[in-house]
Every structure is written in structure tokens, then in C-alpha cells.
Design a protein around this ligand. Sequence first.
Ligand code: PBG
Ligand code: ZN
Length: 324
Amino acid sequence: MIEQKLRPRRMRITENIRAMVRETSLSVKDFVYPIFVVPGENVKEEIPSMPGCYHLSVDRAVELAREISCLGIPSVEVFGLPEYKDEIGSSAWDMNSPVQRAIKAIKAKVPELAIVGDVCLCQYTNHGHCGQLCGHYVDNDATLKLLQKVAVSQAEAGADIIAPSDMMDGRVAAIREALDEKGFANVSIMSYAVKYASGYYGPFRDAADSAPQFGDRRAYQMDPANSREAMKEVALDIAEGADIIMVKPALAYLDVVRQVRDSIHHPVAVYNVSGEYAMVKAAAANGWIDEKRIVLETLTSMKRAGADIIITYHAIDAAKWLKG
Ligand code: PBG
Ligand code: ZN
């Protein structure tokens, strides 16, 4: 017979004991809620592949931003669907585009919210790639000039944090330089430093109308098989001046999150992406899983892996559950 002198179960006997030895905590202050703004007025349309998420006109986005802030969520990330698309994505830096108008309006009406602006071109180009094309290839250095314009336009609108998601080399340095030159030294950069070419972005591309019209993004986003390469991307973005380092997607890459956390002193963000959200919502709608339990467990696992910040479509529900 095995002698039972060592009993880890003692630390699990009551909820208060479990609470005393709990290693990881999830807080509403960890969350960033992504929103999708569209042209028009009084628009609030549910996104079919992302139940509970909406296309919002600027007025309705402000209304939601208020609710988000009242729940204690500290931040929103603004994505947009523009009124026009062209070869170089020029609506991405148009001050009259939904994103710039939404940032301005939210900053004016809900000033305490930290506003993250997503900087990329795929929602704005007619070919759906994240930069300027040269044939079928995305031209890195030509794209940097465009990304600088997008970042400055969002800072001018009132963004607190600029989040480039395009995966061009050198974009953090280019954006930092452009922001500083225009007097936005206090606007920070959250780099999508480690962004994989992932199947988990599917629902977002429907929602943002940003799927590439030919080919895929594997020539600029990272190979899901690589983690040493992730460390290389992180080192470069830190050297270029990134303030926050992001890993995206989250759930399938928590090993990478842990490696990044252990090797840098910067805040680490994860993006719990649309496909991760859609899978949970679909299973929950079928009654196959307990949504609240699964979501809180998943978000806690991201904290445990080392994330400080979680960008998640579950933020509103999770904020309510954490309160209740
Ligand atoms: C593109 C971009 C993507 C997401 C945000 N910005 C992915 C892509 O289309 O490559 C994905 C977000 C999500 O899936 O929730 N710049
Ligand atoms: Zn893009």
C-alpha cells in the first residue's frame, strides 16, 4: 500500500483555501474589446459568424464604448470598414473614414477609455492584401510609407495606442519615427510582433471584408510551425521601439506566449481571435459546452501563459461574469 502523507488535496478543500493558493487571476482590467465600425448612422447589425459582435456606425459605437467603460473594461480596439477601396488602401488614412471618426467621437464622449487603433491596409485595398502590391508580391518598403500615414491619422483622431498588424519588416521603427515627427511622442505602439498565418482569422475576414482576393498571407505572416522565429520578431520590434508585444492567435500559441513572457520585460498582449471566439459560440449554441466556464477557463489560461493584456470578443460577457 502507498503511504498517503503528501496530500496536495488539502489545498483544495474549500473555496477560501483554493482562493488563497490561486496562482493566476483574471480581471476585467486585462481586457481590450475589438469593435467594427461601418459607414452610416444608427447601424447595429450582428456579424453572422461572430454572434454577439456587431457592425456599428460611429454613433452606435460610441454608445457601446460607454457600456464597455461602465463595465470596467479599460480599452477598445477599433477596426473599420471603409466607404471605398483602392489599390493602395487610401481610405485607411482618410480622416472622414469610420475608424478615424469613431476614434475621435469615442475620445470626446468616453475620454477614459484607452483607444487602440489597428493599423493595416487589408480592409482598405481592393485586393485585400496588407500592403501595396508589386505584381503579386506585397512591397515591404513602399507599404511602410502608407502605414506611417495610417498611424498618424489615427493618432490625430485621438488614438492612445497604435497597433500595426500588417507584418511588414521595419514598420515599428517607421511608425515610431512618423509619430514622433508629428508630435505624438506619447502615443504608444502595440506591435502584432508575432502574428501567424492562421486559419483562425476566418470569421474576422468575413466581418471586416478583408480576405485576400488572390493567394494568401503566408509571404508576410508567420509559419505556425515556428517559435524561434517568434523570438526573432519580438527582438526586432523591441529594438524598433515597440511598447507592447502581441502574440496572435492566442490559444494555439500559448507555448509561444510563455517563451516571450520569459524573455522580455515589456507587457505582453494576446489576441484571442475571431475563430477561437466562433468555435466557442457555436458549441455553446448547440448546448455542447458551458460557455461561461469555457470562456473563463480559456482566458485564465492566457494569463497563466504570461499575457498581461487579452484582446477578446468575449470581454463584455466575461466582465459581467467576473462581477456576478
Ligand atoms: C489583418 C488582421 C487580421 C486580424 C486582425 N487584423 C488577420 C488577417 O486577416 O490576416 C484577425 C483578427 C481576428 O481574427 O479576430 N491585418
Ligand atoms: Zn492586414
